[in-house]
Design a protein around this ligand. Structure first.
Ligand code: MN
Length: 736
């Protein structure tokens, strides 16, 4: 928070004397609160920060350098992490605000300090220009961007000092920062178990966000303070005496109530200031690591005052999520007023106030067994729900290295909504995460204002804008780079849907065609035909038809060639002659008996057909089938020329019929065909005439049948023969 030059602000300078005072003060705080202190490291960091910020001033007119010093002191005194964090705190603003580079920091102070400084710088600007509406995601975003827990802790200290000195910045900025603090940093600090910092951040935010309520509560607390303190001192006296009598070492005091928590309770419970504030609270901190002593003290107090069992909470047996431990007990004083009493050990208290850092301290000084180490590791993990699945090694956690949310990224929509995605996600994943329609029509993306390819990798904190086009469709190639299940599934579903439509179209075309051609294909036939044509499946075959890759006519026509067609006509004529002769010609009754007759070329009647004669002029009688279209036309014109004719009734009650066949050429097909005939009513085959070409066969067989029913039965049987997809009575090659 750097100030622009302002006329009315008096600049202060740091002279050598002041410099040494400040340094000595910081060093003594470090010595007092830290486990071990590399004084040389802190002195060097102090010097570099001083030089770097030499010409910078804060909004208050103070030298800017006082800010990093204050942050370093908070780190040492109130969070009590380690000397490395103190050095990083001193340097936390130099990379962003001065000419000093990260490389320089790395060279001078080593990798760890550089990484913390870099982390603090990186997460500093992440909220700028965004509405905070998904606080939890913001917290995870922060975690996904840092590898070292100390980055977050130094950031808390930085934020705390900025909040403490927020008076000097513009009111809009005050509100923005206060809101960010209240919604992101305070709950976050709570998550880390930093109770004290959380309260202070909340009270300071409250002050800037609702100054009126804050001032009123503050003044009412002030008014009541003296009375309250007197009352508490009176209440404490007998307890103190009793505990001393028991030989216990402890600290007992009234517990300050935080303004923001009073305010929140008033609103939540819809009650008055008095109802909240008059509830007195004291805390007993026992100088003994044995938690049993807490229960012992509880017993003593409950013998002195009547407890309210409903309000008793045992957070020692069942700690809070952030590992907070304490006994909460409420008793009724002799005048009828309720007093809340918290009982805890010093260690529990430290953890309540300093959270993770207290663990750090205890770890360094007393983690001797693997089990203790394990508990610490587990606790760190429990601090964050849904911690990364990757099992971080003990060493990594022990050195504050984190691997949390590293498998996720958090990116912003242009409106500032945060979208959580797996690491290495792309703009297509982002588009699908917003809406499947956006995903399906995304044609390009802007990341942080720059146009990027759809397969670019996104990073935490990116602002992503998707460009759509209503003509765009999901592309098969997208499947190669998308990371989210949602995108993958939606793209696949779209492609399948598209596929399905093509397959259905192909299937319909096929069915229409075979219906028209009177073909029958069983599922097996189709399967074999598809395989024969080198398609993976019937689906693929239909798809090829749907895509227009296959000409159905071409397939169904094969292997017949035009020269063969002529041949077939000749074959038919041959058959017809045999059949007619075998039947003994036709019988013409009545006045035309004995007339010359011949068979009509248009309908080629053969024995078994219903026939009729037509008297021509000069050419005798033409024999037509009764259903011949030509004949129907002629009969209308001159019905008097029709004469009844019949196939002769013979002793031999069979006639020859021909069945036209097409299908696949399987080994044994001839045998299958003939078996299918001869196994039915001992039917005799007159001839079989089959040609094969490229795996297909076509041709016809002639059989002796008793009647049409017999013939139809044979046809049905032939259709069932494996590989046969066409079997019909052969009427004529050129049917009418
Ligand atoms: Mn700062």
């Amino acid at each position: 928070m750097k100030a622009q030059k302002k006329e009315n602000i008096v600049r202060q300078e740091i002279d050598e004397k002041k410099y040494n005072e400040l340094l000595d003060d910081l060093l003594s705080v470090c010595r007092k609160h830290l486990h071990s202190v590399d004084e040389d490291l802190i002195k060097r960091a102090f010097k570099v920060a001083f030089e770097a910020h030499k010409n910078d001033y804060r909004a208050s007119g103070e030298p800017y350098f006082l800010h990093p010093i204050a942050v370093a002191k908070i780190v040492a005194e109130e969070i009590s992490i380690d000397d490395v964090s103190v050095a990083a705190a001193l340097l936390h603003d130099v990379v962003e605000d001065t000419d000093i580079s990260l490389e320089f920091i790395r060279k001078e102070f080593g990798e760890t300090v550089a990484e913390i400084v870099n982390g603090v710088t990186k997460i500093g600007g992440i909220f700028k220009g965004h509405e905070i509406n998904q606080a939890e995601n913001y917290r995870k975003l922060l975690l996904s961007m840092v590898n070292d827990l100390r980055v977050i802790l130094v950031k808390f200290a930085d934020r705390l000092h900025n909040m403490r000195t927020l008076d000097y910045v513009r009111p809009e900025k005050q509100r923005r920062i206060a809101r960010e603090t209240l919604e992101i940093y305070a709950p976050f600090a709570n998550r880390f178990g930093l109770g004290k910092i959380k309260w202070e951040l909340e009270d300071l935010s409250f002050k800037y966000l609702n100054r009126e309520a804050y001032n009123e509560l503050a003044s009412r607390v002030r008014e009541k303070r003296e009375e309250r303190e007197k009352y508490i001192q009176e209440f404490i006296k007998p307890i103190k005496a009793k505990l001393e009598e028991e030989g216990l070492k402890f600290e007992i005091a009234g517990r300050a109530k935080h303004l923001y928590s009073i305010y929140r309770k008033m609103i939540k419970r819809n009650t008055t200031f008095e109802n909240i504030y008059d509830l007195l609270a004291i805390r007993i901190i026992i100088e003994d690591d044995n938690p049993n002593v807490c229960y012992y003290v509880l017993g003593i107090i409950n013998q002195m005052y009547r407890p309210l069992p409903d309000r008793f909470k045992d957070y020692i047996a069942i700690p809070k999520k952030n590992n907070y431990q304490s006994l909460h007990n409420t008793v009724i004083n002799h005048d009828g007023r309720m007093v809340e009493i918290q009982i805890r050990t010093r260690k529990m208290h430290e953890i309540a106030e300093r959270g993770v850092a207290a663990h750090w301290k205890y770890k360094e000084s007393s983690f001797t067994s693997d089990k203790e180490m394990e508990e610490w590791v587990n606790w760190i993990r429990d601090v964050f729900e849904n911690a990364s699945k990757d099992e971080a090694t003990k060493e990594i956690l022990a050195s504050f290295r984190m691997n949390l949310y590293q498998d996720e990224i958090y990116v912003f929509t242009p409106k500032g909504d945060l979208i959580r995605l797996p690491a290495a996600s792309t703009p297509v994943d982002f588009a699908y995460a917003i809406h499947s329609k956006i995903g399906e029509t995304c044609i390009g993306a802007k990341v942080n204002g720059k146009i990027v390819p759809l397969n670019s990798t996104l990073h935490s904190g990116d602002v992503v804008e998707i460009i759509t086009s209503k003509n765009q469709r999901p592309n098969k190639n997208w499947l190669q780079f998308v990371k989210t299940h949602k995108a993958k599934n939606q793209i696949r579903r779209f492609l399948n849907r598209q596929d399905e439509e093509i397959v259905n179209t192909g299937k319909k075309l096929w069915e229409k065609k075979i219906k028209k051609l009177k073909l029958t294909f069983s599922d097996d036939d189709l399967q074999r035909l598809s395989n024969k044509l080198h398609y993976e499946s019937v689906r693929h075959f239909f798809k090829a038809i749907g895509l227009g890759e296959i000409d159905i006519d071409e397939i169904l026509k094969s292997p017949k060639k035009s020269s063969e067609e002529t041949e077939e006509i000749e074959e038919f004529d041959k058959f017809a002659n045999v059949a007619r002769r075998d039947a003994g010609g036709v019988v013409i009754e009545g006045e035309h008996k004995g007339f010359v007759y011949h068979y009509a070329n248009c309908c080629n009647p053969i024995p078994g057909d219903q026939i009729i004669g037509y008297v021509t002029i000069g050419h005798g009688i033409t024999i037509h089938r009764k259903d011949c279209k030509n004949l129907i036309g002629l009969a209308k014109k001159s019905p008097e020329r029709l004469v009844p004719v019949n196939w002769p009734l013979k002793q031999k009650s069979t006639f020859i019929a021909a069945i036209s066949l097409r299908g696949e050429d399987n080994p044994g097909i001839l045998k299958d065909l003939s078996n299918s005939i001869t196994n039915y009513k001992d039917t005799n085959i007159h001839s079989i005439n089959i040609k094969t070409d490229d795996g297909f066969f076509s041709g016809f067989l002639t059989v002796y049948v008793e009647n049409l029913e017999h013939l139809n039965h044979l046809i049905t049987r032939l259709k069932k023969v494996k590989g046969v997809y066409f079997a019909e009575r052969m009427l004529s090659a050129k049917t009418t």
